[in-house]
Write a new protein. Structure first.
Lengths: 660, 326
């Protein structure tokens, strides 16, 4: 009996502990001021700008660092605006020399790396230093491709450096990312303290976009010297926020930079200079996105980002009001969004839904180098057998739009209405598909070689239900024109291997743009990029290649757009891809956040956020009233069963005694 | 024994078992339910064999000219195919559950069969011959048992479904008939994987029982009469451990069906034909959108079969185990 009692006490004690710990549900104890709460779906890696490529590092870096140019926070399609450059650069007539006036009076964050701990003023020399370091072999930049072959003399500068570093290392010298960095590079020069000049090796129209990326931000030499390798965890920049705490597996805490330069939210209603051409600013005001015009950034005291890798807790953080934004995880998507609308719960909470046409395209790649798929009429017939509306409604629950061209709307080169192998209303056209199939040599889908229906392979790169549904639908649709499809399940590396070896027929793929320029997706069909390159369908059209080469050195102009359109038409005619949909990405925003216009392309929108802290506190309390009765029921059940068994045990003992 | 005495006709063990099984009314009901499932599975198989071209379960209702939207629709009386509603691809849930029964039976029978065959043979050999054979078998089953079941299942499923095994299977034919056309690779995969992973329990039981039985007097007697080892093993030992095999088969049957559901749920199971596992896997996305009927239909079907087989299995043990006589 003693033992039972002891056990019982232990159980009670542990239950009490559980109860106590769940009494403080606030995940941000002791927080003061207006702090934005965000969750990150993956871990950040290095915050050293040359290697900053990872999505989650970018989310942090974009608040801490700034470059010459930035994305306009509201204008769509995207536009660039000056950031640390005083204004947009003047470009020489041949399009080769860019001159940037540097903003005066901008200071780096206060940091221990500076003498006296106060940040000094940014000059053009800091840009020279930062940009050159991107090409330093020891910096091992993942963004070197941005400048490779594009800035005059940069490649040669890098080559010499590589050779010299090798020599120095053989001689036993230790070489860091600053070694030889001061060597002159004619392509990137500080004309004076506040003028930066960049000379290109050849016209490179996408060049300005790259300057808005985190690879091209400015940081002080002192920080790299002071922190050495640890600089990756101690970013020092000029941004509206500076790092207060960085725990790479738990959270990032940023506080506002007290010396932030006079950067204001655009105020197009009052400041004519802010009225960017092509920006429908009135709509942004009317629809409640531009809520704090003319106010000085930052509008809040800080940002806390938590690394929450699992979908379920990330969703629950948002649902209970503990994070301010969320892309709903797939499994919880239905709980948040139904069709194109918010779920009743989310709608009743005034959550704001931003549905963004993802800058990218989902497509079915057809391997034109395959014996069977090389047949253009077969590919056309397959394309016509697909009912695209069904795909959007059923496989994407309406969160996508049918892709007319491989270039999404809003990007130069997109052409409405040219889709010869999609019907006008995007439904399937079985009779015409069958005609084409007969022309291809497969009447009614019968392969003359075997006398049986033609069998094609569709490769899946994973085992998710969504992928299976996609493939099964392809099988159903192609069956209607008499073709059988075998679905092959691969792991992602296996599928990659098959593609590199050109050993596949059909596969479902998608491409997301790195920058808003059609060249970024057209490169996937450029002949010299064939497997093992990124041209997975091994499309080989000399005419296309010639146009691609011609367009690659042209700057954004109606002529170049015309070339893009011609290339897109060729793709539509030859069907190396069955272009499927452009997905819509849904982002949820809590009602107490305003001012920030979510974007997929960059992370610079975060710093425009404003917070209503009082509203957040009130609503979070309201949403999280603890439900206690299940605990009561549980305890009741627990003690009921325990009591019952004790009584039973006693009775049995009694009986045994009687029997004895 | 002289001719004068009329021999008392002994009741055969099977009859005796059936007499005892019958006493449990619920077991009889469950047996009837199981027979119903078996009949369903059988007819699904027959229909499949004689259906030319595209199988009906794989066609959407709209495609057949029935006035039902090509998407998930709730159960309705528009057409018999729509009685249980349609899947999100617009296909009949009723037909797919019907066909799923066949898949479940094929997996259950073949998977459990393979597992029991391996377990029984190894157990018998180990228990009967002892020494090195026993050590080898013990080593084998301890190794298999030490790997977490689900991981082993998944790893094997990935290995079997592609590479040389799959290729060999696809090429395998008898007299121009390809086996893979009757038993899809996905199904074959599951059967093999389940068979290879779930024989350990039976093997242990049979081994222990065989060790006991081989020392009994009648076996010694047979041995002294000069019977061959194999004959003793099959005529005298096996029948006396066979009740274990039967009971274990009924348990494996359920496990195999459940494993099919798990594997298919994880995406490495049946892929070319409808199965309950597939419908349950689909439900994780559909349920939130209010599409409950595919899950309910497949869930009820699975529940009924599992319950019936489990109960019958228990009753069988009671009826067959010699220690529980009377």
């Amino acid at each position: 009996m003693r033992a039972v009692l002891r056990l019982l006490l232990a159980l009670l004690a542990s239950l009490g502990l559980v109860g106590l710990s769940s009494c403080s549900p606030d995940p941000y104890p002791g927080e003061e001021g207006a702090i934005l709460h965000m969750s990150l779906r993956g871990l950040a890696k290095s915050l050293d700008p040359p290697v900053i490529g990872v999505e989650y590092s970018n989310r942090i870096a974009s608040q801490v660092y700034e470059g010459l140019l930035a994305y306009h926070p509201y204008a769509r399609p995207f536009q660039l605006m000056p950031a640390l450059a005083e204004q947009m650069p003047t470009v020489s007539e041949d399009g080769m020399v860019y001159t940037f006036p540097i903003r005066q009076g901008v200071r780096f964050h206060d940091d221990a790396c500076f003498e006296g701990g106060t940040g000094r003023e940014v000059t053009a020399h800091d840009f020279v230093f930062s940009l050159k370091r991107l090409g330093h072999p020891k910096a091992r930049s993942t963004g070197w491709w941005l400048f490779e072959g594009k800035v005059a003399g940069f490649d040669a500068w890098r080559e010499t450096l590589i050779a010299d570093i090798e020599a120095a290392e053989t001689a036993g010298e230790t070489v860091d990312t600053l070694w030889g960095l001061d060597r002159d590079l004619p392509g990137i020069v500080a004309v004076d303290d506040h003028t930066l000049q960049i000379t290109l090796a050849e016209p490179y129209p996408q060049f300005l976009w790259t300057l808005a990326m985190n690879y091209a931000v400015v940081y002080p030499r002192e920080a790299v010297e002071h922190y050495g390798k640890e600089f990756r965890n101690h970013p020092v920049g000029t941004g509206p926020f500076q790092l207060a705490e960085y725990n790479p597996v738990y959270r990032v805490l940023m506080e506002k930079n007290p010396h932030y330069w006079d950067n204001r939210v655009p105020d197009p209603a009052n400041v004519p200079a802010d009225r960017l051409e092509g920006w429908d600013w009135q709509a942004d005001i009317d629809e409640g996105r531009l809520t704090h015009p003319g106010e000085r950034l930052p509008l809040i005291d800080g940002i806390e980002m938590r690394f929450i890798l699992e979908d379920q807790p990330r969703w629950l953080y948002f649902k209970s009001g503990h994070t301010d934004w969320l892309i709903p995880p797939k499994d919880n998507s239905a709980e948040a969004i139904q069709g194109k609308e918010l779920s009743p719960l989310m709608a009743s909470r005034n959550v704001r839904l931003t549905a963004i046409a993802e800058m990218g395209t989902v497509y079915t790649a057809l391997n034109t180098d395959d014996e069977v798929m090389g047949n253009v009429n077969l590919r056309r017939a397959l394309a016509l057998a697909i009912d695209h509306n069904w795909t959007v409604d059923n496989l994407y629950s309406g969160n996508a739009q049918v892709a007319e061209s491989l270039i999404p709307p809003g990007i130069a080169g997109y052409e409405h209405g040219y889709h010869p192998y999609k019907t006008a209303d995007y439904s399937a056209d079985i009779p015409r598909a069958k005609e084409l199939l007969a022309e291809a040599g497969y009447p009614d889908g019968i392969d003359p070689k075997t006398g049986k229906p033609l069998r094609l392979r569709f490769e899946n790169s994973g085992t998710s239900t969504t992928q299976r549904h996609f493939a099964e639908r392809v099988r159903d649709e192609f069956r209607r024109i008499g073709i059988e499809v075998d679905i092959i399940v691969n792991t992602w590396p296996q599928m990659n291997e098959k593609m590199r070896n050109r050993d596949y027929q059909m596969a479902g793929l998608a491409w997301g743009f790195d920058y808003p320029d059609a060249q970024n997706i057209l490169q996937l069909l450029y002949g010299p990029n064939q497997a093992p390159g990124i041209n997975r369908s091994n499309y080989d059209n000399p005419e296309f290649d010639a146009l691609y080469e011609q367009s690659s050195t042209m700057s954004d102009s109606p002529e170049r757009t015309a070339l893009y359109q011609r290339m897109a038409r060729m793709v539509a005619d030859d069907v190396p891809w069955i272009v499927r949909v452009h997905r819509t990405r849904n982002n949820l925003q809590q009602p107490w956040v305003s001012g920030a216009y979510y974007s997929e392309v960059h992370d610079q929108w975060v710093k425009y956020a404003a917070l209503d802290v009082e509203m957040r506190e009130r609503l979070v309390a309201e949403w999280n009233v603890p439900v206690r009765w299940p605990l009561g029921v549980f305890l009741l059940l627990f003690f009921g069963i325990l009591g019952g068994s004790v009584v039973q045990a006693r009775r049995t003992k009694g009986l045994q005694k009687v029997a004895a | 024994m002289t001719q004068a005495h009329a021999p008392i006709k002994p009741r055969s063990p099977a009859r005796e078992a059936w007499r005892r099984f019958k006493r449990d009314r619920v077991a009889v009901v469950c047996l009837a339910l199981f027979s119903f499932y078996a009949l369903t599975a059988g007819s699904a198989q027959v229909i499949e064999l004689f259906q030319e071209g595209t199988k009906l379960y794989d066609m959407t209702l709209a495609e057949q000219g029935i006035d039902v939207a090509e998407t998930a629709t709730a159960p309705s009386s528009v057409h018999w195919q729509a009685w249980w509603g349609t899947t999100s691809a617009g296909k009949s849930v009723l037909l797919r559950v019907f066909h799923g029964t066949k898949v479940a039976f094929v997996v259950g029978l073949c998977g459990a069969g393979l597992s029991v065959l391996i377990g029984m043979t190894l157990g018998l050999l180990a228990g009967f011959f002892g020494r090195k054979v026993d050590l080898a078998v013990q080593y084998l089953y301890q190794t298999v048992a030490s790997i977490p079941y689900l991981l082993l299942l998944l790893a094997l499923a990935f290995v079997v479904r592609q590479g040389p095994v799959a290729a060999a299977y696809n090429e395998f034919s008898v007299g121009g008939l390809y086996l893979s056309e009757y038993l899809s690779l996905g199904l074959f995969n599951i059967i093999v994987v389940i068979g290879l992973t779930s024989w350990v329990t039976l093997c242990r039981l049979v081994r222990a029982e065989t060790m006991k039985v081989r020392e009994l007097d009648y076996v010694q007697a047979a041995r002294s009469l000069g019977m061959g080892e194999l004959r003793i093993m099959f005529r005298h030992v096996l029948p006396n451990v066979f009740h274990l095999v039967i009971i274990n088969f009924s348990l494996r049957f359920v496990t195999a069906i459940k494993s099919e559901v798990i594997l298919t749920f994880l995406g490495v199971g049946v892929d070319k034909e409808p199965s309950w596992g597939q419908m349950i896997a689909d439900a994780k996305n559909e349920l939130m959108r209010g599409i409950w009927w595919p899950l309910l239909a497949s869930g009820v079907a699975l529940f009924g079969l599992t319950l019936a087989v489990n109960y019958v299995g228990d009753a069988l043990r009671d009826a067959l185990d010699p220690r529980l006589k009377n």
